[in-house]
Write a protein that binds this ligand. Structure first.
Ligand SMILES: [Zn+2]
Length: 431
């Protein structure tokens, strides 16, 4: 393969998408950008409605008839707000979370199923919101000048706890995680995991097709709860050995390079900046929204104003948050190349993700809206790696072909050689 041309190879990979599929992906991606703006507007509208009902002030007055109770009101008012906001925001949630997905053929889930899962998420979200702002109000009372800085620490802690608990308690509510079945495919992945000091007994397949047809995999967990999981849609969309190794190499990169900790710190710093800006803008929003009787940002009855301010500040910060995750994603791709030597496998997989992330955005669009680098940039990076490591890539591709034959043989045999290697995951180890 002398004279390997990375640009031509990139174009060849992308040509796997038909012009119709490409147009649909662009449509979908643009719609997602608008949903971001729409979501912020809905949050502001909901905040304004709740403020105007005066409900939070009445609850506060009722609770504080005898003496001020800032500790309990700063929990109860955000709790009530979050619950009402979940109800008022439901039509928008259905539209943006289910209807659009359905329209673009990205989900086959019936509305009833989506709704029941949404309800569980809303209940958990309401409680977490109340706990989080209870902590924020405590900071506002005790550290009027530096609360925003400590607020960043609280965000980092919440992100850390969420990352750690998600695979243990949250994800199993919505999906079934089964250890990857024994066989040549799993062996190939386990070998790669061991070579990179990744716990090789924590590779799962989950029934992601229940919620979405997206070709996807993820890593989740921290401090010992970490695991890697592939959606069953990968198999449904014909993932071969090269793709699985390329994709899992990427997910292992997130794990080995401690991206969970990097994001925890990064989001904490970003949150501190956003809280500072929120403090500056709060009086402006209070005036604009006509919030009478709100004593200031530390007064929980002004929670709707705080939420509206945060909605705007968060929207403005989207490119910063995206840039942070784009950095970790590019780093995970680079790790995958070194760990899996599968530039074509990863690229084939990436092109399959392009149906929900249009592959060729403008530079500005990528900076503003993309939480992963664009597929064309990612495939090009893989092809650039291949150009420098042609022999290695070809040797791996040949090994994959041999494995692929074994996988097919195993499929034909159904049960296959069932002697599971040591360290096979058991139900007991499953989070
Ligand atoms: Zn990733």
């Amino acid at each position: 393969m002398a004279g390997f041309d990375p640009a031509a190879a990139t174009a060849a990979h992308l040509s796997a998408m038909s012009p119709q599929a490409m147009a649909k992906a662009v449509d979908y991606t643009h719609q997602q950008h608008w949903l971001l703006l729409g979501g912020a507007l809905v949050s502001i509208l909901v905040a304004w409605i709740i403020l105007k009902t005066g409900l939070l002030r009445r609850i506060q007055a009722g609770m504080e008839r005898n003496k001020p109770r800032p500790v309990s009101t700063s929990f109860v008012l955000p709790l009530v707000y979050a619950a009402i906001s979940a109800v008022l925001g439901l039509p928008w949630a259905i539209y943006s979370g289910w209807w659009v997905e359905k329209k673009f053929g990205l989900t086959t889930q019936p509305l009833a199923g989506w709704l029941s899962e949404h309800l569980i998420k809303a209940v958990i979200g309401t409680v977490v919101t109340a706990l989080f702002f209870w902590a924020v109000y405590a900071l506002l009372r005790r550290a009027r000048r530096t609360w925003w800085l400590w607020g960043g620490v609280v965000v980092a802690l919440f992100v850390g706890v969420f990352f750690t608990l998600a695979p243990l308690y949250l994800e199993p509510i919505f999906n079934k995680y089964t250890p990857a079945p024994p066989g040549p495919m799993r062996d190939a992945v386990v070998t790669m995991a061991k070579a990179n000091h990744v716990p090789s007994d924590k590779i799962y397949i989950y029934n992601g097709s229940k919620q979405s047809t997206r070709y996807t995999a993820n890593v989740s967990g921290m401090f010992g709860s970490a695991r890697v999981a592939m959606s069953d849609t990968m198999t449904a969309k014909g993932a071969d050995v090269a793709e699985v190794r390329g994709v899992l190499g990427h997910e292992m990169g997130h794990y080995v390079h401690q991206h969970g900790l990097i994001l925890m710190g990064g989001f904490g710093v970003l949150a501190a900046v956003l809280f500072w800006l929120t403090g500056v803008l709060f009086p402006v929003f209070a005036r604009l929204m006509g919030a009478k009787g709100v004593a200031g940002i530390a007064d929980p009855s002004g929670f709707p104003v705080l939420m509206a301010t945060l909605a705007v500040v968060q929207l403005i910060a989207t490119p910063a948050a995206n840039t942070l995750t784009r950095f970790t994603e590019a780093d995970a791709d680079a790790f995958s190349m070194e760990a899996s030597h599968e530039p074509d496998g990863l690229s084939k997989a990436l092109v399959k993700t392009a149906e929900y992330r249009a592959p060729n955005p403008t530079a500005l669009e990528e900076v503003l809206f993309y939480d992963h680098p664009s597929v064309s940039h990612r495939v090009r990076a893989a092809m650039d790696w291949k150009a420098k490591h042609l022999e290695l890539a070809e040797k791996t591709a040949a090994e994959d072909a041999a494995l692929e034959a074994k996988v097919k043989a195993q499929g034909a045999l159904e049960s296959g050689p069932a002697a599971a290697p040591a360290g096979t995951p058991t139900a007991a180890k499953k989070p």
